[in-house]
Ligand binder design. Sequence first.
Ligand SMILES: [Fe+2]
Ligand SMILES: [Fe+2]
Length: 168
Amino acid sequence: MEASLDKGIFSGESSDTREEIVALLTKAYWMEIETVMSYLAASTNLDGVRAQEIRESLAGDIEDELGHAREFAGRIKELYGVVPGSEGFQAEQGYLQPPAEQTDVIHVIRGVIKAETGAIEHYTRIVEVTDGVDPVTQDMVIAILRDEQGHRRLFEGFLREYELEGKA
Ligand SMILES: [Fe+2]
Ligand SMILES: [Fe+2]
């Protein structure tokens, strides 16, 4: 095939791969939406002097995660998929529900680390699946993956501080 005729991920032969990528992006989209919900609740609910840093950090992350959801939605559309409606949503972050005590910062820190780890695993998979077939999606997801690694690293630092104090 001549290079000028090669439509890459948009070619007919690639339609199965494209559908697989759209499915992976749809899952990523829902993960971001759920993270927005969980972080919004946690950043609002947390009480206490020590929670202030975590609250502010989470408030910033909400904007990042919403931005990621937008990027995933846009790419789903570009790949001829349809961004799902709310009825397609299924919650998976049982570990990020509000704790019994709203001063339980450690519960939230651990939940955030788990959510970020889940995102990192899923986005790493997308990077692998898109390798050599859809460089545009791959490039986008690599940038998002870096954000999630940064989020996780920050919260690992918070957890370490509590562990050193013997509180976690
Ligand atoms: Fe995200
Ligand atoms: Fe994140």
